[in-house]
Design a protein around this ligand. Structure first.
Ligand SMILES: [Cu+2]
Length: 431
């Protein structure tokens, strides 16, 4: 305990000497093994001394010497191995992307690691950690045989969740990915704690093509657990912050405030950057909903046209273009960088409406019939939604799945108190 307090004192002195702009990011762990290691990291940049403070509360670290935390090349957590290698060259047999090592006696209390900025640990530029994965290993960070036991994608944090003491939350959050946009990204969507009879989860992939002036983005998503009797709004939200499991810490829609954008539906040009319309193509046999849409953003890639480190949210009701009725947030996920996104997302034989407006509000929703192919894989033959009247609707009554196996990031109701305790301790020490 003495050591713990001593480190907190040192940390408090270091942080209290800072008053300039901060970068604030976070990363909520998802376990990849039955050990169920959860919790999260908050990351703050101190420009005066170019250090990053990684504040963490991690649960269920087994009693073992050391659990390394490392930064990965990609922000793809679709599988336990899809985040790629550890960033950085080896120095003294240890990777440049090592952040810290956790030990079971300290990890569950809430703790801090202060990491010097390096060419591998930075918040902006082509090597930014925003949109990349942090992983926890079952051995120390320098053990080449270590396995990943939990992972998360570092997102741009919402200042309202800041628990690192002395954080300046009044300025803009400076976290950004890099000056040239990555050409592929993915968000793994986890259920929120918002009202939903069935947990909603899935994936959205992003394929980006840009000529430097216009950026074309194709969004492709496969979502399970959605009610197939309604369309479901889907948006890019401003923050990639999953700290609050009810879906509220991701903030509002991603938009360009300077352009005075207001909420709308594609393809309207006057809409927010994050307005993606609705998901409304259902494979009722396999209980999967699909979405695909290509849109264009004009502007300099890497400035406002950069969704890396932000989030995708799937809602419980149709987005009719009315900003006051968007419905509960059923699933959320941080957008991370990956490679070759499109082939993983959708069955080839599904077709989509040309625009994701789906059925306008007040008319009957159309659903799609799905058939299972002889190979047992998804073989949807559906046509889609949209402009047809109820009389042409092909509807199937299909039971929705009653269980899913997706495990989301740890509940903020557990994470927050531990951080709060640490802050309270610091406050007492400073008095
Ligand atoms: Cu939304």
């Amino acid at each position: 305990m003495k050591q713990f307090i001593a480190i907190l004192v040192l940390l408090s002195v270091a942080i209290s000497s800072v008053s300039a702009d901060y970068v604030y990011a976070n990363c909520m762990m998802v376990p990849t093994t039955p050990a169920n290691i959860t919790g999260g990291f908050q990351i703050a940049y101190t420009p005066e001394d170019q250090t990053y403070t990684f504040g963490y509360t991690i649960y269920n670290i087994p009693s073992k010497a050391s659990y390394g935390v490392v930064l990965r090349e990609l922000g793809d957590i679709t599988t336990s191995s899809s985040a790629g290698g550890i960033v950085g060259a080896m120095v003294d047999s240890c990777p440049g992307g090592q952040i810290t090592n956790l030990t079971s006696d300290l990890a569950s209390l809430g703790f801090y690691a202060v990491v010097n900025a390096s060419q591998y640990i930075v918040h902006n530029g082509p090597n930014s950690f925003v949109g990349r994965a942090l992983t926890i290993l079952d051995s120390h960070a320098c053990d080449p045989q270590a396995n990943i036991v939990a992972h998360c994608v570092i997102g741009i944090a919402n200042p309202i969740t800041t628990l690192i003491p002395k954080m300046n939350t009044t300025g803009a959050n400076l976290a950004s990915f890099k000056s040239s946009m990555t050409n592929a990204a993915v968000a793994v969507l986890y259920p929120t704690t918002a009202v939903s009879a069935v947990p909603v989860s899935g994936f959205m992939y992003f394929q980006v093509n840009t000529d430097g002036i216009t950026t074309n983005v194709t969004f492709s998503a496969a979502i399970t657990g959605l009610d197939n009797t309604t369309a479901h709004g889907v948006h890019i939200h401003a923050f990639g912050d999953l700290m609050w499991r009810n879906g509220t810490s991701v903030g509002g829609h991603w938009k360009n405030a300077a352009l005075n954008q207001t909420h709308g539906l594609p393809p309207a040009s006057n809409r927010e950057l994050g307005d993606l319309g609705n998901i409304c193509v259902f494979d009722n046999v396999n209980n999967v909903a699909y979405y695909q849409y290509t849109t264009s953003y004009s502007g300099t890639p890497g400035s406002e046209v950069n969704f890396i480190g932000r989030s995708i949210v799937v809602h419980g009701i149709r987005d009719s273009g009315n900003a006051t009725a968007l419905g509960p947030r059923l699933a959320q996920g941080v957008i991370g960088i990956t490679t070759n996104a499109i082939p993983k997302a959708l069955p080839k034989d599904i077709s989509f409406a040309t625009e994701p407006v789906c059925t306008p509000a007040g008319t009957t929703t159309t659903t799609t019939t799905g058939t299972t192919s002889t190979t047992g894989t998804t073989g949807t033959t559906g046509t889609t939604t949209g402009t047809t009247a109820a009389s042409t609707t092909t509807s199937t009554t299909t039971s929705r799945p009653t269980t899913t196996t997706t495990t989301g990031p740890n509940s903020s109701s557990i994470v927050a108190p531990a951080f709060t305790i640490v802050i309270a301790l610091i406050a007492m020490l400073l008095l």
